[in-house]
Design a protein around this ligand. Structure first.
Ligand code: PLP
Length: 410
């Protein structure tokens, strides 16, 4: 800085004022600081299968290696043909209406597409209905795009299903769309057909676009069948998100997709916007796109993990029982994905700030969780556990949480 010239400070953009993404927020900063001091932290904050020894199928890795030479250049901005064709067929078999290769967009994970889909749609003041709790990237992306996320209640006393009356009560003339996350992160709920039909009817009555995040559609237990909402709404415009990060344990490859289905006659302007945004980022990671066809063909390699005796199933059984055994903690049994969202009896423990609670737990017991309000939950009385570690490690969490709570602010 030249002498006599006042130093100029650079602040973050105003666009970020209302944006929060706490899964990688202040608690992670503290954990990183502790790790830098040589402390060992059990990280149960992100659903990153590779970190817990869930490896990708060999055929996926083989595909990646075999296709490296052919993936040096950019692809079509929507993605390579083989991947889009495979996704199209996957959707057609499931009964998605009116889906062609041109309706499929590959992205660097679902994350990029969530952000793109909101940026292409929203003007200042537009409202989007989002579940509460949610996967917070949806709320963050809506805010960043200039819109306003209006949270509707998912009901813990009813298997965490969306509360249809609450959705109806939150619709205004500014509501443009409704987001559902099914199967759900962080609750592990899978929505039954009648709830989905109610949501479709609300969208039909109020001219809403439906965005459905179905990244966990292949990670479901107890013989429950997933119903893609797009299959129930041939007369509506539905945008469905999915990807390989979780089902094929390749979160680091960054590969996801977005499917436009149903009636597109009234959304040509929006699709033009999506195409512009897809063009502007040139294309998504081409090498990762190469494994889509193999991944979606044949049996899904994740299936064996989800049956009794399989790792995810057994860990789910364990954590559900373990959490409910801790005095003052209760949890609904998750049916899908690998998260549980327990409730804390805050009166008993005098808790007013769930982020502080999670931070105190981290400092004392060296386990990293995410506080419920990080998922836009309304009260400071929940936290999320990623139950991907093996049962012996999960047993430690039960022990640590019991010990921690027995002394916490009583
Ligand atoms: N949607 C949900 C519900 C998620 O839980 C996640 C990741 O945890 C994502 C989207 C992002 O996935 P991707 O790795 O495809 O960006």
């Amino acid at each position: 800085i030249a002498k006599g010239v006042a130093m100029k400070f650079f602040e973050k953009s105003d666009k970020l004022d209302d944006v929060a993404y706490d899964i990688r927020g202040p608690v992670l900063d503290e954990a990183n600081r502790m790790r830098a001091n040589g402390e060992k932290i059990l990280r149960l904050n992100t659903g990153n299968p590779a970190e817990f020894g869930f490896t990708a199928p060999d055929e996926v890795i083989r595909d990646l290696i075999m296709n490296a030479r052919d993936s040096e250049g950019y692809s079509d901005s929507k993605g390579i043909f083989s991947a889009r064709k495979a996704i199209m067929q996957y959707c057609q078999v499931l009964g998605f209406p009116n889906v062609d290769v041109d309706d499929i967009y590959l992205g660097n994970g679902v994350s990029e597409l969530i952000s793109m889909s909101m940026n292409g749609l929203l003007n200042t003041g537009d409202e989007v209905l989002v579940p509460m709790p949610d996967y917070p990237l949806w709320t963050a992306s809506i805010s960043l795009a200039g819109g306003h996320a209006v949270h509707y209640l998912c009901d813990e006393s009813a298997e965490w299903y969306p509360d249809i009356d609450d959705i109806k009560s939150k619709i205004t003339s500014n509501t443009k769309a409704i987001v559902i996350i099914n199967p759900n992160n962080p609750t592990g709920a899978v929505y039954p057909r009648d709830i989905l039909l109610d949501i479709v009817e609300i969208a039909r009555q109020n001219d809403l676009i439906i965005f459905s995040d179905e990244i966990y559609d292949r990670i479901i237990m107890d013989g429950i069948k997933h119903v893609p909402i797009a299959t129930l709404a041939p007369d509506l415009f539905v945008v469905t998100m999915n990807g390989l990060s979780k089902s094929h344990r390749v979160a680091g490859f960054r590969v996801g997709w977005m499917v436009l289905s149903g009636d597109k006659s009234h959304v040509q302007g929006y699709i033009e916007g999506l195409n512009m945004l897809a063009n502007m980022r040139l294309c998504s990671n081409v090498l990762a796109q190469q494994v889509v066809q193999t991944s979606l063909g044949g049996t899904q390699s994740v299936d064996e993990l989800l049956l009794p005796g399989g790792r995810i199933y057994e860990q789910r059984e364990f954590i559900y029982k373990a959490m409910n055994e801790i005095p003052g903690i209760s949890a609904v049994k998750p049916k899908a994905a690998f998260y549980i969202f327990p409730k804390i009896d805050t009166a008993r423990y005098n808790i007013h700030d769930d982020e502080q609670f999670v931070l105190d737990f981290l400092k004392q017991e060296k386990v990293m969780l995410v506080h419920g309000r990080g998922f836009n939950w309304k009260d400071p009385d929940h936290f999320r556990i990623v139950y991907m570690p093996r049962v012996d490690e999960l047993a430690q969490i039960q022990e640590k949480m019991t010990r921690f709570l027995s002394k916490y602010r009583q």
